[in-house]
Design a protein around this ligand. Sequence first.
Ligand code: IVH
Length: 669
Amino acid sequence: MTDTSRIQELRDQLHRHNYNYYVLNQPTISDQEFDALLRELSDLEARHPELFDPNSPTQRVGSDLSNDFETVRHRRPMLSLANTYNKEEVRDFYERVQEGLHGETFEICCELKFDGLSISLHYEDGHLVRAVTRGDGEQGDDVTANVRTIRSIPLQLAPGGDWPREFEIRGEVLMPWTSFEALNREREAREEALFANPRNAASGTLKLKQTSVVAERKLDAYLYYLLGDDIPEDGHFENLQRARQWGFKVSDAMRKVRTLDEVYAFIDHWDTERRNLPVATDGIVLKVNSQRQQRSLGMTAKSPRWAIAYKFQAEQQSTILREVTFQVGRTGAVTPVANMDPVQLSGTVVRRATLHNADFMLQLDLHVGDHVLVEKGGEIIPKIVSVDEAFITSERGPKVEFIRHCPECGAELVRYEGEAAWYCPNETGCPPQIKGRIEHFVSRRAMNIDTLGPETIEDFYRQGLIRNVADLYELSVDQLSGQNDTRIRSARKTIQAIQDSRDVPFERVLFALGIRFVGETVAKTLARSFRDIDTLSRATLDDFLQINGIGRVIAESVIRWFADMDNIFLIERLRAHGLQFRLSQQVLDAQSDRLAGKVIVISGVFARHSRDEYKSLIEQHGGKNTGSISKNTSFVLAGDNMGPAKLEKAQKLGVPIVDEEAFLKMIED
Ligand code: IVH
C-alpha cells in the first residue's frame, strides 16, 4: 500500500473512531489503539507535507500559532428566538401558529435549549470548510481553526452518505459541566479569574488565539438546525435524524408532537430532568416542524414566527445570610450586597448576591443568620428572592439596616427624587467614585486607553499620581517605571496610549466624561446637536428639549454637571492637553438634512449595511427612526423578509416602501 492510500485509510478510520467515541459515546477500540493509529498517521503526514489537510484527525490538537479571526457576513442571518416564561405564553404561540396556518394541521418539534454559544458550520463535498460565530446575527467571527479541535464536530463526513454537496448546519458549542469545573479548579489554583458559567467559558474559549489551548478545554457541540438549497426533507425533525446519520451530534431529547398537552408534558419532564444532563440548558425550544409551514409563517425582524423559546425558571437554593456589605459605584450609587454561606447554584458556587437597593433590601426584612433563598437566572449575578420563613425562630439575629454614611469616605448619603438608589454625594473625594470614573474614561468605548486596567489605576491612585482624568495626561515615564527595563517599556506604552487618546472624537470624549445619563447614544446626539463643548455648556433646558431623544432627566443632569466649577476646570485642563471638544470636520461634512422631517421605519434583513448602520445613517441625515408604522411614517426602509403584517399595514396606510439601494441614493450627494 502506498503512503498516500495508507494516509487516507488512517484518516477515515480515525474519523470513524472519533465519531464512535465523542458522538455515540461507544468506542470500539481502546485509547491505546486509537493513539497508535493517530501516531502512525502523524508520522506519515510529517513525511508528506504535500498531503496536508486541515481536516485531518491530527489537526484536532490545534497549534500554538496565533490565530486571527476574520469577520464574515452570514449567508443567511442568524436570528434569535422570542422568549416565553410560562405556559400561557406557550399557548399564545401555539394559537398564533394555528391561526397563521389557517387551521391546517401541524407538528411541533420540541427540543432542549442549550446554553452555550451558537455556531454556524459550512460543509462542502462533505468537508468542514468554515465555522462562524453568531456575532450580531448578520456577521460573525470565522473560528474554523478553533472549531476543528472540537471532537464531536465531524471534519469530514463518511463518504457515500446522502448529504447535500453544500449545506450549513447550526448548533450550540458547549462546555460540559465536568470540563467547566475542572477548568475553574485549575484557574483557582493559578489565581486566575474564574468563569461565571459554562457559557462564558465556552465563548471565552472559542475566541482564544491558540488552537492548542482550545483543544485542551474539551468543548462539545449539539447541532439543531439544517439549512441549504438541497435539504433532503420538508420536516425539521427528519432532517436532523439524517444529520445524525451523517455523523453530527444531534440531541436524543427531540420529540415531535401535535397537541399543546404534549408540549407541556415535554416542558415538565425536562424542567427537572435537565439537572442530570452533562451540559447546561436554559429552556425548551419549540419549532413548527414543516419547513413549508415555516416559510408560510415567516419571520419578524428579529425572530421567526415558527419557533419560540420557553425559559426555565431560575434555579433556587437556600443558604444562610452572614453579613450585608455596601458597595460604592462610579456614580456614587450604593449597592447592598449579601454575603452568605457558599452554596452550589446552577453549576457554580455562590457566596455573594446583590440586594439591588435600600427598598428591595428593606422589603425582604433580612436579619443576620436568616435562611435565604438565592436565585440565579441566566445572569451572572445571583439575587436573594426571599427569607425562608420555615426557619425563622424567636431568636433571630440583628435586623439588617441600610447605612446612612458612605462606607468609603464617610459622607452622608443622599437620595435623588424618583430614584431607588442612595448616593454618596462626595464625587470628587470618594475613592471608588474617582477610580470608577477614571476606569470609565479609559474604557474601550470611551477613550480606549487599553493599557490601563483597574489594577494599574488602583496602583496609580494609591501612589497619589492620579486624582482625576486630567492627571493622566501629566504622567511621565519616570513616575511610572522605576529602574527595571520591562517596566520602562510598559510605562512608555502606557504614556503613548494616553497621548494617542487625544485624537478620540468629541462624541466619545463626551461619553468618557461620565455625566450621569449620558451614555454612548446620548453623547452622540448631544455632540451632533451642539457641535462643541462650549455651546453645550451654555445650553438651556429649552435648548435640550428641542432635541429628539433628549428628555428632562438628561437635560437637568447635563446642566447640573456644567454648573459645577470643578468640572469646568477639568474641561479646561483636558482642552489644554489637546483633547477633542468639537465635532471633527469629517463628521460635520457627513451630516446633512436630506432626511429632515422624515419618520422612517426599518424592517427586514439587509445586504449592504446592518440595521444599526442604517439607523445611524438616518440620524446623520436628520431623519428619525421609529419602531412601528403609523400614518406619520414617511416611508419604510425594507430589506428581505419584511414581515407580512408590516407590509400589509404599510399598504393599508399608503406608506411607501423603499429598498436599500433607493435609500442609499436618497442620501448620496
Ligand atoms: S434554533 C431560527 N434550537 O438559542 C432558529 N436555538 O435565542 C434559530 N439555542 O441563538 C435557533 N438551543 O444559540 C435553536 N435547540 C435549539 C437551541 C437554540 C439553544 C440558542 C441559539 C439561539 C438562541 C435563540
